[in-house]
Design a protein around this ligand. Structure first.
Ligand SMILES: Nc1ncnc2c1ncn2[C@@H]1O[C@H](COP(=O)(O)OP(=O)(O)OP(=O)(O)O)[C@@H](O)[C@H]1O
Ligand SMILES: [Mg+2]
Length: 281
């Protein structure tokens, strides 16, 4: 692939320029059902460009289904989802759809690396898909750069997922989600299963990458420490809708019992205290 061709591709991708939009994601009247079971009932949500939005809610409230709807893996029964001002479902042109899709990276719940591919090969999967003509040398260089970016040692590249610790698998998953230099990053429970120190380091990494790359992050988590450490705002999923969105102090000011229990329960208090100590120290 010539330098000129690569420039052309990048220019085409820039047609969906994130900085032109106040909102990275706008969801209106979203309905999702499986058979008779309603998961989302006219859900609305705005994700501002450049923010890290935490998404919380009880297990099974439909956080992962919401994320899958936004990235086009789950077709909603009703409603509109706009990403950078474009509605994915209405894009007729395959090229335009690809241009939009390559502006986001996804880290699925559980990590989901391909077990038969090395870390470097996993990172190269989206690159091969979207830039089929990139030569192997450049692919290797990009993979090595992403490995470094997420704080993995250089020798992690040729390793297989089974040879890595849980924390390293998470970082490798993040590296793959960042393969296409996305403007928008989706993370589904990224710190689940990590020890508290590993989780705190991962939180720091996400905050740092988001700040340096100007990313918008849609971050599903049960981890209260993650919410305090990384998120600009938090959206609460309950009763098949987003019942509240705001900063943690704003949410604490609402009366909703689930929100009060969540943030003011023993775990919520511990996370809040810990956060205050960090900030003071
Ligand atoms: N493909 C599917 N077919 C049928 N039901 C599904 C499907 N995917 C999800 N569900 C159901 O939708 C509901 C919401 O699932 P989802 O995975 O979004 O929950 P969640 O909020 O991410 O939960 P957790 O916090 O445990 O990850 C669940 O009851 C789940 O069983
Ligand atoms: Mg989930």
């Amino acid at each position: 692939m010539s330098e000129e061709e690569i420039r052309d591709e990048i220019a085409a991708a820039d047609a969906v320029r994130p900085e032109q939009h106040d909102y990275a994601i706008r969801i209106r009247g979203l309905v999702n059902r499986f058979g008779d079971v309603v998961i989302h009932d006219h859900l609305d949500l705005d994700v501002r460009s450049g923010e890290i939005l935490g998404v919380v809610g009880g297990s099974g409230t439909g956080k992962s289904v919401l994320m899958r709807s936004i990235v086009g893996l789950q077709t909603p029964a009703e409603g509109e989802i706009e990403v950078f001002g474009t509605t994915l479902a209405t894009i007729a042109d395959e090229e335009d759809s690809r241009d939009l899709r390559r502006r986001w990276g996804v880290m699925f719940q559980g990590g989901a690396l391909f077990s038969t591919l090395s870390v470097a090969e996993n990172i190269q999967v989206p690159l091969r898909e979207y830039y089929p003509r990139i030569d192997q040398k450049l692919l290797d260089e990009i993979a090595a750069y992403k490995v470094e970016m997420v704080g993995l040692p250089p020798d992690a590249g040729p390793k297989f997922p089974a040879e890595l610790s849980g924390g390293m698998v998470k970082r490798a998953g993040l590296a793959r989600a960042l393969a296409l230099d996305p403007a928008l990053l989706f993370l589904d429970e990224p710190t689940a299963g990590l020890d508290p120190i590993g989780a705190a380091k991962f939180d720091e990494l996400i905050r740092e990458l988001a700040d340096t790359m100007g990313l918008t992050v849609f971050l599903i988590t049960h981890d209260l420490d993650t919410l305090y450490a990384t998120c600009d705002r938090v959206a609460v999923l309950a009763e098949k809708k987003v019942i509240a969105v705001g900063t943690i102090p704003e949410l604490l000011a609402t009366e909703h019992p689930w929100i009060q229990d969540y943030f003011n329960g023993p775990r919520g208090r511990a996370a809040a205290d810990c956060n205050q100590t960090h900030r003071a120290g």
